[in-house]
Design a protein around this ligand. Structure first.
Ligand code: GLU
Length: 331
């Protein structure tokens, strides 16, 4: 038995690696510090685990791409296949951390802990939150009790599941939340406590295979609003979308003209998924919309951005509409 766990740190940038000329100024540049600078700032990490480090990207997470997701998935797969690696920490901006976490949750097959973390305040700010978030993330990644819980997101003493976590506030350090779901656990100065595991299949129990994939299918999210017409949906189709996710009003509803455009898109072979722009709740089939007749999929409780990730993965295979609906109910 090893004395200390080995945790591999993969850095992608974000505010956790952000720097500003002022400790109190709001403006800063995401991703300007290297992974080694992040680790050097928290020498206490050595108490928790042995570390290896790599820079996968150096971006604000608003610039994350399918290519970076695929590179991350490939590298996490390689690293977790090594006996000596016990867990992975990925540093990320928080803007899209929920999508990156959900993507990896669906494609990386390992019971080893994969933990994403970030920060809301740049490393140079007063009361920067990155160092303790990183410390707690390494503690969770090094913890054998975190195995089998799918991809986790750790920030502000909380351990979130990849499927439930959302960014809920533009500035506060408690921005990451699991509304209506609850936490997987908490982690206080490096001591994790778990309340539950993820219920949905993840990691070793998913069918999505991206090892030989160079790009993910184009899926657009179209946001619904009062007075909506069908133009944005028609534009998505004209632009080559293979899938469209609607951030619908209420339980995934759309104005009549937008619904006609969506139905036409579905008839033309674009897979159309109804989600909601609301922060919580469930979009069920055939409530105010006849999904059967219109050939649409209900996103269940996935947010538009997570429904987009799942739809991109679903579109890598050949599925009937009924099978696609099953996949949305299952994952
Ligand atoms: N734009 C930043 C990013 O996602 C937001 C703050 C953060 O890093 O958490 O990279």
């Amino acid at each position: 038995m090893k004395e200390r766990a080995l945790v591999a740190i993969l850095a992608t940038g974000g505010t956790i690696a952000g720097a500003s000329p002022s400790a109190t100024g709001a403006s800063y540049t995401s991703g300007s510090l290297s992974v080694d600078a992040l680790l050097d700032a928290v020498p206490e990490l050595g108490e928790l685990a042995e570390l290896s480090s790599e820079q996968i990207a150096a971006i604000g997470s608003q610039d994350i791409t399918d290519a970076i997701w695929l590179a991350l998935a490939a590298r996490v797969t390689e690293l977790t296949a090594r006996d000596e690696v016990d867990g992975i920490v990925i540093t990320s901006g928080t803007d899209t951390i929920e999508e990156t976490a959900f993507f990896l949750n669906l494609v990386v097959r390992t019971p080893k802990p994969i933990v994403l973390t970030g920060a809301m305040r740049p490393a140079s700010a007063l009361s920067a939150d990155g160092p303790l978030n990183l410390y707690n993330a390494v503690a969770v990644a090094a913890d054998p009790k975190a195995r089998g819980k799918g991809v986790l997101v750790v920030a502000n003493d909380k351990i979130h599941g990849a499927r439930s976590v959302v960014k809920a506030n533009t500035t506060v350090v408690d921005t990451l939340q699991s509304p209506g779901r609850g936490l997987i656990g908490t982690v206080h100065f490096g001591e994790p406590r778990y309340f539950r595991g993820p219920v949905r299949p993840h990691a070793e129990a998913t069918p999505f295979e991206v090892a030989a994939i160079e790009a993910l299918p184009r899926v657009e999210v179209v946001y619904a609003h009062a007075g909506m017409d069908g133009k944005m949906i028609e534009a998505a189709v004209a632009n080559g979308a293979r899938g469209i996710v609607i951030a619908g009003v209420g339980s995934g509803n759309l104005s009549s003209p937008a619904m006609e455009a969506l139905t036409a898109a579905a008839a033309a072979g674009v897979v159309c998924v109804r989600s909601t722009r609301l922060p919580t709740g469930f979009v069920a089939r055939n409530v105010e919309t006849d999904d059967d007749e219109r050939g649409l999929i209900a996103a269940c409780d996935l947010s538009p951005q997570k429904a987009r990730v799942l739809l991109q993965l679903c579109l890598l295979g050949e599925h009937s509409l009924a099978e696609l609906q099953e996949l949305f109910l299952r994952y």
